[in-house]
Design a protein around this ligand. Structure first.
Ligand code: SRM
Ligand code: SF4
Length: 571
């Protein structure tokens, strides 16, 4: 790690670097903070360390001002995120997570990285909740923090063996690069009163200061790009032979969505191909892919600390060459592949082995009983009888996977009984609409997102209906701020929150997740958004080429000019 010293020697490290380095491998004083009964919070430095354990301290922003007026401390609650590589869990695990919602608010929340979050857990219940997640054979370690996040993997392929093989590598990869600290075991599983000094710990990959920032891997199984592989810090495209045997992976580093409003030095960026490795080299390649960023990522400026900036500052070819220099085998040129599909396909799909998979739409991933939609109860009943597994999708939906033909009718009956058939008769826009959590729990939200989605979708549907476009599959993404948790920069239409009631309207990403969109109207309210879309839908209906998607149309018609990809490297 001498290189990292060279890279950062003339810069002042960010404050968080010191907190991490002094934390005794992520211990800090979390144990003392949890034991303090005088407040619902923990100390600021400990909140940073807690993220590595999979939890954020938040407060309910709906009541923040009122509590301040009443001179009460904020209404603190903890968000807990489960680490669920590939988004797969058993019915027993579903039931275990479902039971934990007794201690939380907002039910189970499926995220855009195929896992679950719980919200508004009181401090005194945090250990029990995280402990119970571990009792269910799951973990929260590295679900948040400056580490390698949940490794995501396509869940939709109709060829069962391709999913099984890719999923196996998602699990292996997550295991290979996860933190090694024993602090997690002490705090949440052994639940020690006082944690150790960490002297026995070592982090051979991540180091004492962990990574400069989060690092995200995702595995796509062509022709499905249901994970948005180019939005990852390091995308992996699984390559199969004609017999559907996994051969290896194309490597696509340098993507991520986050940007800061008004700061042109921050921007969304797509990953680009740098080569291919056979599957037996995947783990070593990914280890070093992380290590390069550990050593060269910006530890002074957190807004500039993602791999995309390291690559853009130094070049894609530089990253390839640096990674190559650490590997004892050659990175080969990328193998051919093509994507045909992005997003989820709803309803029943039969795979090549005769097993069935049912994708259900869960608006914004919120598994909760709400008026007329007892989704949580319905999925609980399905979990009680289901013999296969559940798979979460990156569009926040759920797949009742691996169902025998004989069990389909019983599942269909529960779907009807509990109103889980939202996808039936839904507009193309509604089926492909996703939103981030935003208010009231997200501390960074500038505008509503999840709570606004139903209203804006309905208004947009009125316009689509007027122009005869209701069935048009349009990827619509909404975020409560420019951080981009719903991958809005890859939406054919996107709203990115700037202030309460104000959004950037962005358009022009393609339908396959291979091109970013561009800003069309900045910081505008609903009226302007709808007027702009009315005009665009009208033009799209009358001027589109046969089969052309909305995003492609607005790009071809030069309504906006989406950014270009990085130039390809030479091999
Ligand atoms: Fe995110 C921060 C929610 C996927 C980019 N994200 C947050 C926090 C933790 C807010 C905070 O830092 O205080 C949000 C918690 C809200 C809450 O109340 O629960 C939050 N992000 C989410 C989730 C739950 C959105 C959802 O509605 O599903 C997703 C959880 C994923 C998971 O299971 O791991 C989520 N976040 C994403 C994605 C999409 C992805 O990874 O595919 C992105 C864009 C890709 C990327 O990383 O750039 C994303 N989240 C961010 C960023 C911007 C990071 C950056 O480098 O610029 C932040 C802000 C930060 O980290 O400082 C952020
Ligand atoms: Fe919060 Fe912004 Fe992420 Fe939405 S996009 S969850 S508002 S950080």
């Amino acid at each position: 790690m001498t290189e990292s010293l060279t890279v950062t020697k003339n810069k002042k490290l960010s404050a968080l670097e010191g907190i991490k380095e002094r934390s005794r491998f992520l211990r800090g004083t979390i144990d003392l903070g949890l034991a303090d009964p005088t407040t619902g919070s923990i100390s600021e430095p400990d909140t940073k360390l807690l993220k590595f354990h999979g939890s954020y301290m938040q407060d309910n922003r709906d009541v923040r001002d009122e509590r301040r007026r009443q001179k009460l401390e904020p209404d603190y609650g903890f968000m807990v995120r489960v680490r669920l590589p590939g988004g797969v869990l058993t019915p027993a695990q579903w039931l275990a997570l479902d039971a934990l919602t007794r201690d939380t608010k907002g039910g189970l929340r499926i995220t855009t990285r195929q896992t679950f979050q719980f919200h508004e857990i009181r401090k005194e219940r945090l250990r029990d909740v995280i402990g119970a997640i571990n009792d269910a054979g799951l973990s929260t370690l590295a679900a948040c923090g400056d580490d390698v996040r949940n490794v995501i993997c396509s869940v939709n392929p109709p060829v069962a063996s391709t999913h099984a093989q890719a999923y196996e590598w998602a699990l292996k990869l997550m295991h290979h690069v996860k933190p090694r600290t024993s602090a997690y075991q002490e705090l949440w599983i052994d639940r020690k009163e006082r944690t150790s000094d960490g002297a026995q710990d070592d982090e051979p990959l991540l180091g004492k200061s962990y990574l400069p920032r989060k690092f995200k891997f995702g595995i796509a199984i062509p022709p499905y790009n249901d994970i948005d592989v180019f939005a990852q810090d390091f995308g992996l495209i699984a390559i199969f032979d004609k017999k559907n045997e996994l051969q290896g992976f194309n490597l696509a580093p340098g993507g991520s969505m986050g940007a800061t409003a008004g700061d042109a030095k921050t921007y969304p960026q797509l990953a680009d191909l740098i080569g291919y490795v056979p599957k037996e080299h995947l783990l070593e390649t990914c280890w070093h892919a992380v290590a390069v960023q550990r050593d060269f990522g910006d530890r002074a400026e957190r807004k500039h600390a993602r791999l995309k900036y390291t690559i853009d500052d130094r070049g894609l070819q530089w990253y390839h060459d640096e990674l190559q220099s650490r590997l004892p085998f050659l990175i080969e040129p990328p193998r051919p592949y093509h994507f045909e599909h992005n997003g989820d396909r709803f309803g029943w799909v039969e795979d090549d082995t005769g097993r069935w998979h049912l994708t259900l739409r869960i608006p914004s991933g919120r598994v909760l009983d709400v008026d007329g939609h007892p989704r949580q109860s319905g999925l609980r009943e399905i979990a009680r009888m289901h013999q296969g597994e559940f798979r979460m999708t990156c569009d926040q939906n759920v797949i009742i996977a691996n169902v025998a033909q004989a069990d389909r009718a019983a599942i269909d009956a529960l779907v009807q009984q509990y109103g889980l058939h939202d996808h039936v008769g839904a507009s193309g826009l509604r089926l492909h609409a996703i939103s981030c959590v935003a208010l009231p729990t997200c501390g960074l939200a500038m505008a509503e997102s999840e709570r606004y989605l139903p209203r804006i979708v309905q208004k947009m549907e009125e316009l689509l209906g007027k122009h005869g476009l209701l069935d048009e599959p349009i990827h619509f993404r909404m975020s409560g701020c420019p951080n981009g948790c719903s991958r809005p920069y890859m939406g054919e239409i996107a709203l990115v929150g700037r202030a309460i009631g104000k959004y950037d309207l962005r358009i022009g990403a393609d339908h396959l997740g291979e091109r970013l969109n561009a800003l069309y109207r900045e910081n505008v309210g609903e009226e302007v958004i709808l007027a702009a879309l009315d005009e665009l839908f009208g033009r799209f209906a009358s001027e589109r080429a046969p089969g052309e998607h909305f995003g492609d149309f607005v790009a071809r018609a030069k309504v906006v000019q989406p950014p270009k990809r990085r130039p390809a490297i030479t091999y």
